[in-house]
Design a protein around this ligand. Structure first.
Ligand SMILES: *Cc1c(COP(=O)(O)O)cnc(C)c1O
Length: 373
């Protein structure tokens, strides 16, 4: 029996549908010979600002750099503490540590895998300089209580919206609720470039100015430096590709949401007690960057699905507080139990826009087969 092939993600399928437009945009950049910042980037910044309902959008080289620039803009450095979650991509904590500051990891709520607002206040100290909630898998964190505690302690909120472009919380778009939003256009993100790319959003004119300065080594005018920045610009080629793809983002997001609803129905029909499907809160627009289940015998299930031709991934197998590079922070297993449980039980299934109903039926059938045998 030859199994059906269901990859975790199929970027080629998406590219086929926009190939000519992408190639024309790339050609336009070469004809213009402006490769860093410039009109393509400005056009993209304006378009994304509108899409995210943000006043300012500032392109940079990656989502990781967006986090770094945001922290730099608030002057975070040695001796400071920044509160964030351990159950996220490495960059969230890495950006804090790179500036010599200390990541203070606060546990998640298991239902939506996001920062548990109840746990923030006890982690705040006189050294705390910022809070970074992550909108994991494309669903916003519970922002109202997070913003409330931040305001009470006069702390800026930096939203890690790398997985959440177009996601909403009570009608507000990801990246516009805190002081600054950080986005990634890594190729596998919902809006993916042809390489690394990132962006920041903010409502604050002065902060936008500072971010624009920091991304060009702090030079203003050119070659005159009042502050030390970094080199982190958005390439015109990436902006040109993103300008093409942004037009399709809502259509792709709706396809992801439809696929998630279809999985929910298929799992309900199969009546599998071993599988917990993702919770989507009614006051949020989940954009399903990932469709992540929690399940018994996760590693065995993953191996079984691989044999059956189904691609899955574990985001994330080791929470940041237990990473080797953060041993100096002194966390031990058991310190942040929800994050550790999520790391043991979560499995992300294919949910990309071009996934077919037939493929999804196959995936759920093979999962059911695993638990029935
Ligand atoms: C992808 C991602 C980043 C980093 O973005 P890059 O563009 O890969 O540097 C940061 N945080 C989260 C939650 C991410 O998923």
């Amino acid at each position: 029996m030859s199994p059906m092939k269901v990859p975790l993600l199929d970027l080629r399928a998406q590219y086929q549908t926009i190939r000519q437009e992408v190639m024309a945009a790339v050609e336009r950049v070469f004809e213009g010979q402006t490769f860093i910042l410039g009109p393509e980037v400005e056009r993209f910044e304006a378009a994304v600002a509108e899409y995210c309902q943000a006043k300012h959008a500032i392109g940079c080289a990656s989502g990781s750099d967006a986090l770094l620039l945001a922290l730099m803009a608030f002057g975070v450095g040695a001796g400071d503490e920044v509160i964030t979650v351990p159950y996220t991509f490495f960059a969230t904590g890495g950006a804090v540590a790179r500036l010599g500051a200390r990541p203070v990891y606060v546990d998640i709520a298991l239902d939506d895998f996001n920062l548990d607002p109840e746990l923030i206040e006890r982690a705040i100290t006189p050294r705390t300089k910022a809070i970074i909630p992550v909108h994991l898998y494309g669903q916003c964190a519970e922002m109202n209580p997070i913003l409330e505690v931040a305001r009470r302690h006069h702390l800026p909120v930096i939203e890690d919206a790398a997985q959440a472009i177009g996601a909403e919380y009570q009608g507000r778009r990801a990246g516009t609720m805190g002081e600054v939003g950080c986005f990634s256009f890594f190729p596998s993100k919902n809006l993916g470039a042809a390489g690394d790319a990132g962006l920041l959003t903010t409502e604050d004119d002065e902060l936008a100015e500072r971010l624009r300065l920091l991304r060009v080594h702090g030079g203003q005018p050119k070659y005159y430096h009042r502050v030390v920045g970094i080199n982190s610009r958005l390439d015109a080629l990436q902006a040109a590709v993103l300008n093409v793809k942004l037009k399709y983002l809502d259509q792709w997001t709706e396809a992801r949401r439809r696929n998630a609803a279809r999985y929910n129905a298929l799992f309900a029909e199969a009546g599998l007690e071993e599988v917990i499907t993702p919770v989507a809160h009614p006051d949020r627009r989940h954009i399903y960057h990932q469709y992540t289940i929690r399940c018994a015998q996760r590693d065995e299930l993953m191996a079984h699905l691989r044999r059956e031709g189904v691609g899955t991934e574990i985001y994330y197998p080791v929470p940041l507080h237990l990473q080797e590079c953060f041993a100096y922070l002194g966390y031990h297993p058991g310190a942040l139990p929800a994050s550790e449980q999520a790391a043991r039980e979560s499995l992300s299934l294919p949910v990309y826009p071009e996934l077919t109903a037939e493929m999804q039926g196959y995936v759920v059938e093979r999962i059911a087969g695993f638990y029935q045998s």
